[in-house]
Structures are given as structure tokens and as C-alpha cells.
Design a protein around this ligand. Sequence first.
Ligand code: NAG
Ligand code: NAG
Ligand code: NAG
Ligand code: NAG
Ligand code: NAG
Ligand code: NAG
Ligand code: NAG
Ligand code: NAG
Length: 787
Amino acid sequence: MDSALLLTLLLPVAVVSHVVNLPSKVLFKVGDRRELTCSILSCPETVKFVWTPLEDRPIFATVKPQDKESMLVFDSVMKNHENTILCKATCGKETKQAKTTIKVYSFPTNPVISGHDRLKLGEEATLTCEVSSIHPSEFLEVEWLYGDKVVYSDEGEPDRDAFSFSYTFTPSSEDDGKAITCRVSLNVDGIPSEEMTRETSVHMNVLSAPHNVKVSGVTAVPLGSSLNLTCEAEGKPKPAFTWTALKPDGQSVEMGKHQVLFVQDVSLSDAAPPMETLIVASPQTTLKEGDSVSIFCKSTGVPVTHVVLSRRVNGVDAELKSSKGAETSHTIPSVKLADSGTFVCEAFNEYGSQRTTLNLTVEAHLLEVALQPDTEDVLEKGSNLVLSCQASGCPQPEFSWKNLANNPILRQIKTDGFQSQLIFDLVELEDEGTYLCEVTCGSIMKSKQTNLKVFSFPTSPVVKNSGPSLVGEMMKLTCTVQEVFPANLFQILWMDGDRKMHSETGSFSSGTINLTSEYSYRVNTEDQDKRITCKVLLEMPAAQAVKTASTALSVHYPPRATRITVSPLMELKEGESMSISCLFDSFPVGRMVLSRVMDGVQTELMTSDGLETVFTIPSVKLDDTGIYICETSNMYGSQNDSVEITVKAPPRNTTVDIFPSTDVQEGQNITICCRSVSFPPPAVVLSKLDSEKNVYSLDGVFLLINLTPNDTGLYQINVTNDLGYETETFTINVIEKRVNPPLGWNDFLSLAICLGVASALLGVVVYVWRARKKGSYDLTKCNPSTV
Ligand SMILES: *[C@@H]1O[C@H](CO)[C@@H](O)[C@H](O)[C@H]1NC(C)=O
Ligand SMILES: *[C@@H]1O[C@H](CO)[C@@H](O)[C@H](O)[C@H]1NC(C)=O
Ligand SMILES: *[C@@H]1O[C@H](CO)[C@@H](O)[C@H](O)[C@H]1NC(C)=O
Ligand SMILES: *[C@@H]1O[C@H](CO)[C@@H](O)[C@H](O)[C@H]1NC(C)=O
Ligand SMILES: *[C@@H]1O[C@H](CO)[C@@H](O)[C@H](O)[C@H]1NC(C)=O
Ligand SMILES: *[C@@H]1O[C@H](CO)[C@@H](O)[C@H](O)[C@H]1NC(C)=O
Ligand SMILES: *[C@@H]1O[C@H](CO)[C@@H](O)[C@H](O)[C@H]1NC(C)=O
Ligand SMILES: CC(=O)N[C@H]1CO[C@H](CO)[C@@H](O)[C@@H]1O
């Protein structure tokens, strides 16, 4: 049990590492001797100590090492001992460190007050409180106390050693003998409270020249009696008294040096004419016009019977006031410049009189007038304006407003002290003009003026156009801007984008007018939807305004650029597909009719209400050959375009007719008619298959004459054009007739060629080329009866 407890107590001791003992901060007083100890008490052996300054200055101290501690000794603390110092202690293999901050203060003496002992009554004086050897000086605070009341306070500033704090005041007689204190505090944490604040108190000594001198005592006494006169006066140091008699002959004779003058056996020669006659202006002799002033006329010293206060005008005194007794006064409630001049106070008694003069100066005020807005202002009709007139340098200015055209001012005027305002609630054109603010201050009058200009530009312009126009015609555009003024400063610009097309300036008018500009514009197809802008500009010297409006043009025109196109080609083979498209441009959009003309007959294929249409034939036939016309139209006109389309086909439906028959007697003639459908027209070739002889025909008719049995055989007709051919075969049989000799192939050929002429003569219609119209080449009507 015991051993277990011991173990728990010892165990922490064994693991705890060494502790460096060093205070983290210390405060030293300048001049003291101080020590700073760093130690590791738990180290079983000798500790090695190293002191390092952490601030950029040496430590300035002596090190006293011992076994387990090291001591820094500061013999006499100085300001430069302020530092942060690291103490590194090594105990065996373990090194530990701690740091301390040293702060130093200095506040050794009480403040010293000077300037308090020779204060003069009524004269501004400065007391000085000085302190020195202060550190840290930024924590210094100073207060001047008059009795218990703080009358002044100030603070120190860094890095200064000595301070001098002043207190300026004008001593009065009550200040005499009163205590004034200068209290200085150094507000640094850690300074003992009794050293933190030091103060010095002194008593003020207020000196004054003799004043409030009064003579008392009975001054009218019977001849031969005695009298006591007492002189009283204040002053510090105590005033000395001297009695002087001013004799009527101008001599002055000293009568005594005590406060009380005792005159025994008074004689006539002791009587005196008025003395100490005073004239005083209150509050002062130099005044500004309109000030109030009182002039006091008073005689002291000896009894007087009456006093007269006069004004000297052209060297002659004009009485203002007179009164029995020793004093009188005259008050001027509002002085004028003309009140400047000399005032005379004259006191009388039976022994004579005394006069004194006073020069009163009345000055004019330095009146200044300012008007806002200055010189000129441009305003919009309906806006608000306050003309504000300020007077300075005059206690009671009088304002008046004038219109230079001498028109009555019907607007509200608000005057308040040094400012008068002319208020325009809703500015009208009639408010234009020059306004004058006139300020009167006593005899001075000054004025300022400003010129008001009014414009009216309340709304944006309105643009109208005469409606849709046909290309090439004139479109009339009208731009109106209402209620403008002054019209001659307005400009109307017609703009096409940034391009100026036309401009017009308003002409002079006395009131607001509606300004209109007309612009005629020749319209073009490109102008469709174009925006034309009417820009209205007001250009006054101090105001610019722009308002705009625009309109979009609507241009009408008849169909144009009508174009018909065929795809893929204008020459086609039967069975191919074909598209015919027609497009055009017109406004408003018109109507389009597509038709085909063949044989002079026009067939309408389709109509459409658009600018483009496509007509498709998926498989063309010979019949589709023809002239295709696209005719476009709207209310303003029509246009057309055409294209010729040719359809080709190889020969087909070929038939061969033989007249009179395929079996003939020798010597007889045979006509062969061949019919075929094709385009372009075919060439027809007749050949006898067992010979190599061929006969061509363009018209498809062959005439075989004077046949012989040798002509018997198989014949072939070959109908050919660019696109192909078709053949037909047939047999001719010639029965022999033993009378005439047979003809050769050459005879047959020549005869056949002759047939073209012969058939015409015979009126045999061998073919009708209706193909131009019908798209086929048809050989028909080999009329058997005529052959
Ligand atoms: C003047 O003063 C003296 C001394 O104080 C006194 O004896 C004398 O009676 C006084 N005379 C008059 C007229 O008051
Ligand atoms: C008063 O004014 C007059 C005339 O201007 C001048 O002669 C005189 O010296 C002035 N007096 C004083 C006390 O200034
Ligand atoms: C201007 O136009 C407006 C509206 O059309 C009209 O009421 C006004 O009387 C016109 N003013 C003048 C001065 O013509
Ligand atoms: C096509 O236009 C021409 C001239 O533009 C005109 O002479 C002709 O009659 C028009 N044809 C048709 C079918 O409209
Ligand atoms: C061509 O012959 C066919 C029959 O073989 C007939 O259907 C067609 O109508 C004929 N065409 C013409 C143009 O005669
Ligand atoms: C056959 O034609 C020839 C020439 O046109 C003519 O002279 C002759 O008489 C004709 N023969 C007969 C039998 O018609
Ligand atoms: C028909 O005539 C064409 C063109 O001359 C030729 O190419 C073709 O072979 C002929 N047909 C026959 C069956 O002879
Ligand atoms: C009239 C004529 O030309 N007849 C001839 C037919 O052919 C035989 C044999 O080829 C000839 O001998 C004939 O003269």
C-alpha cells in the first residue's frame, strides 16, 4: 500500500523535464539598479546559460553566473535597456529557453509652472508647464486645472524627452490668488500608482494699474470751512495717491499724498472749473452703417452745473442734448455715413468750462451680392427655376428684384435674411428676360443680373407618309414637332440611316409653333421597308436637344424579274421528268399563270398566288412540246417570260401501206407509204434484202415503177432518227409477162426518185408535218384511190 502511493507520487517527478525560471516581462525605472535572474533549479548539475538579445541592440548588462542560475545586473537602468532577451539554459543534454521583455520608464520630477506670477489684468497671458526626462513619452497626458475644473488637456508624443504645455487665457481680477494646477500622468502599466501622476499647483498673481478711481466727499462748502475729499482706486500692487489742484491759470499744485485730502479754511482759490470731462461712444467710435451708438458726456472731479453734448458741423457746434448735472447722453439707433464727424462734450460750472471731443467714424458695409444662376440660364418651358440672390457683408440687406424690360414680376419672391429667391414654378415663355437682384445696405447698392432664355421642345416629332407608293413615284413625308420655341433655333433633318438627305430650319416666331417639314422622296424598289428618320435638333448656346421619329417606307411595284426556267433541260426525251419553275418580284405579291402554247392554242396549266411556283411533269410526252409562258401580274401591271420545250422520241408505231398491192403484173407500178411517230423527223430507207441497194426517202413514200419479176423479193423499211430506228419488212411479188423486156434496178431507182415530184403532181398527200404542233412525224394518207 505504502509503496504503491510512493510510486504514484514519484512517477510524475521522474518524467517532468526541467523548467527555466524567468519572468516574461519586467518594468524598470531609469536610474535604478536591477537584476534579472534565469534559473533551472531542478538540474542536478551545473547549468550552462546563454543570454541573447532578440532586438537589434546589445544587452548592456553584466552577467553573474552561478551553478543553477545566471543573473543579469543592470547597474543603472537606462532607456536603451529596453529589449527582449532570450535565456538559453543547458542542463546535461537538455537545452531549455525562456524570454523576457524589459520595458523602461522615466518620470523623475514634478512639472514646473512658469508665467503665473506677473499676470496683467485684461492682457492675454500664457502659462507654461514643463516636464522633462519622460519615457515612454507617447503615454504622457497633461491637464491644466483651474480649481477642480479641467480647462485644458493634451498628450505627449513618441521619442521626446521634454515637453512644454501652454495654457493661454486673459486674467480677470477674480483670477488673482486662485490656484492653477498642472497635472501630468505617465499611463504605463506597472508603474506604482504614486509615481504615475505628478502635479504642481501655483497661485496666480494678477497685477493691475489703478482703476475705478473715485473721489468722494462734499465739494461745495462755505468759505473758510474745512473739507475732506477721499480718493478710492483699485489696483495691484496697491495704488499710491497724489492730490493735485489744477488752478484756473493752468498751474497744477500738489496738495497731498494720502488717500484722504483734508482742506482747512477753504478759500476761493481752492475752487476749480470742471475737470475730467469725458466723451465716450459706446460700443465704439468706429461703426458700420446701421449700427446703434450711444455717446456719453460726463464730467467728474469737481462739481459742474450742466453739460452740453453737441455735434460740430462746419466748425460750429450744434447742441444735441444738454442737461443739468454732470452727465448726459445721446443715442443714435441706426447710424448713417453722415453721422461721421466730431462730437463735443462741454461741462460748465461757475468757475469755467471744459470741453472734450470725440471723432465718430461710420463706415459703409462691404456689401457683396451673388446671384445664382449667374449671367445666363437656358430653361425648358414647364421646368422649375429658383433665382437665388445672396448678400454678404451687410447685417440687414434689402432686396429688390427687377426685370430689365420693366415688366412687372408676377412670380413669387421669398426673402429670408441674407437671401432672396425669385421662384419660377412652371417656366413660361413670358419669363424670358434679364432679371436683376438689387441689394441695398445703407448707402450702398449693388446688383447682379442674369439672363433667362426659355425653350419649348416637349414632345418627339411625328412622321407621316402619304402611304404606299409605286416605284418611281414621289412619296410625301411630313414631320411635325409640336409646340416648339424658339423655332428659328430648331432644325429638322431627314436622315436615311446616317445620311442626311434634307434639312430645314424653322423661322422666327414670337410664341410656340408646330414646326413641320415636308420631304418628297422618289421611291425605288430598294427602299422597301427602309426607315427614314426625322431628327429634330435644338441648338441653343447652353442647351442642345435632339428628338427623333422614323417611318418605314412601303414601296409598291408591278411584277419584275419574271423568269421561267426548266430543269433539267429544255430538250428532253419522252418519259423523262421535267420541272418548270417561275419566279418574279412584285409588291404587293401578285398572281402567276403558267400556260403552254401549241398550234397557236394557249392552254392554262396552273395559277398561283406567290412569287415562285414549280410545275412538274414526271414523264414527258411528245405532246408536251411547246412554248411555256409564265405570266405574272399584280394591280400595277404584268410581265411574262417564256421558254420552248422540245420532247424527242425515237420512231414508233411505224406502218407501211403498199398500193395497189404486193402482188403485181410485170410492168406495173407500186407505191409504198410509210407512217411513223417520232421527233425529230426520221429518215426512211427502203432496201431489198437480197441486194445491197437502198433507197432513201425523207417523206416516207417510195414509188416502184415498171416492175420485173427480178424485183420479186423481201423488202425492208428502216425508219431512223437520232434516238433510234424501227423496221418493217414485206414481200413484193411480180408476175412475169412475156411481152416486154424487164427493167434493171437502175431504172427502178431513177423512177423512184422521180416519184417525189410525181406524187406531188398526183396530189398524193404523203405526209403532213404536224409535228411542230403535235410533236410527231406522221406519214399518212397515202390515198390508195389516187395512187
Ligand atoms: C475731516 O477728517 C478729520 C480726521 O478724520 C476730522 O477730524 C474732521 O472732523 C473732518 N472734517 C470734516 C469737515 O468732515
Ligand atoms: C478729429 O477729426 C478732426 C477733423 O478730421 C481732426 O482734426 C482731429 O484731430 C480728430 N481728433 C481725434 C481725436 O482724432
Ligand atoms: C399644334 O398642334 C396641336 C395638335 O394638332 C394643336 O392642338 C395646336 O393648337 C397646334 N399649335 C399651334 C401653335 O398650331
Ligand atoms: C408577253 O409580253 C409581251 C411584251 O411584254 C406581250 O407583247 C405579250 O402579249 C405577252 N404575252 C402574253 C401571253 O401575255
Ligand atoms: C402506237 O401504237 C400503240 C399500240 O401498239 C397504240 O396504243 C398507240 O396509241 C399508238 N400511238 C400513236 C401515236 O398512234
Ligand atoms: C408507171 O409510171 C410511169 C411513170 O409515171 C408511167 O409512165 C406508166 O404509164 C405507169 N404504168 C402503169 C401501168 O400505170
Ligand atoms: C436501220 O438504219 C440504222 C441507221 O442507218 C442502222 O443503224 C440499223 O442497223 C438499220 N437497221 C437494220 C435492221 O438494218
Ligand atoms: C429483165 C431482166 O433484167 N431480166 C433478167 C432477170 O434475171 C435473169 C438472171 O439473173 C437475167 O437473165 C434476165 O436478163
